[in-house]
Design a protein. Structure first.
Length: 219
């Protein structure tokens, strides 16, 4: 069933009444005004130039709207959404491109010059699929250039090879158990290898180890 569309293009603030005369109440200065709005359409849809949104706080330079009011594209002009482009769809949203391209082309390019890119699936999965998937962080300093992964349950990696390479530190830590298993051969190499148990918390060993135990206990 089609939903009603907002076609009130001349919404303005109420004129100052006697109650405002004393200056105790502010006049409504946030309502937008438009005297050149134009709309073309019928019961199937419409296109508006200079549309004023229902809250009267933003003017849309261009509003393309279907028979269902939730299905629209708007290019907002001013107010709290100045310069915004919004696409809303009650059903699925599909984007397809690159039919005439080749594998090496950057066919779909998304660039947020300033600010974040947020992808949220409120009730579903987020999938990335491709011949290769690359995540690159290019920031500098300790607070930037990081890739963080957090999961409330599990992080699973399954591949033919898993290669970890760090320039300064590689640490695997858990307040529970850590298991390393190799069905063929397990190799461990280091210029110096130390093994420390929790026994050094009561009495340090001849070669030390208590300082290391304390640092790990703080994890």
């Amino acid at each position: 069933m089609a939903t009603p569309q907002n076609r009130r293009n001349t919404r303005v603030g109420s004129p100052r009444s006697a109650a405002y005369a004393g200056g105790s109440l502010p006049e409504n200065n946030t309502s937008k005004k438009s005297y050149t709005s134009v709309r073309y359409g019928n019961d199937h849809g419409s296109i508006n130039f200079g549309h004023i949104h229902k809250q009267a706080d933003v003017i849309s330079d261009v509003l393309l709207q279907a028979s269902d009011g939730r299905h629209h594209i708007t290019l907002d002009k001013d107010g709290q959404r100045k310069g915004w482009t919004t696409v809303a769809s009650p059903g699925h949203f599909q984007l397809q491109c690159g039919m005439d391209g080749v594998e090496a082309d950057d066919t779909l390019f998304l660039n947020a010059v300033h600010g974040n890119i947020v992808i949220v699936a409120s009730d579903g999965k987020i999938r990335f699929q491709g011949t290769d998937i690359e995540f690159v962080a290019v920031g500098e300093g300790g607070s930037k250039g990081n890739i963080r992964m957090k999961a409330s349950e599990n992080i699973e990696l399954d591949s033919k090879k898993i290669l970890l390479n760090s320039k300064s530190l590689c640490k695997i830590a858990s307040p529970g158990n850590v298991e390393l298993a190799a069905n063929s051969c397990l190799k461990i190499y280091g210029s110096l290898i130390k093994g420390t148990t929790d026994a050094v918390s009561n009495k340090d060993s001849k070669v030390g180890g208590r300082n290391f135990q304390v640092r790990q206990a703080e994890f």
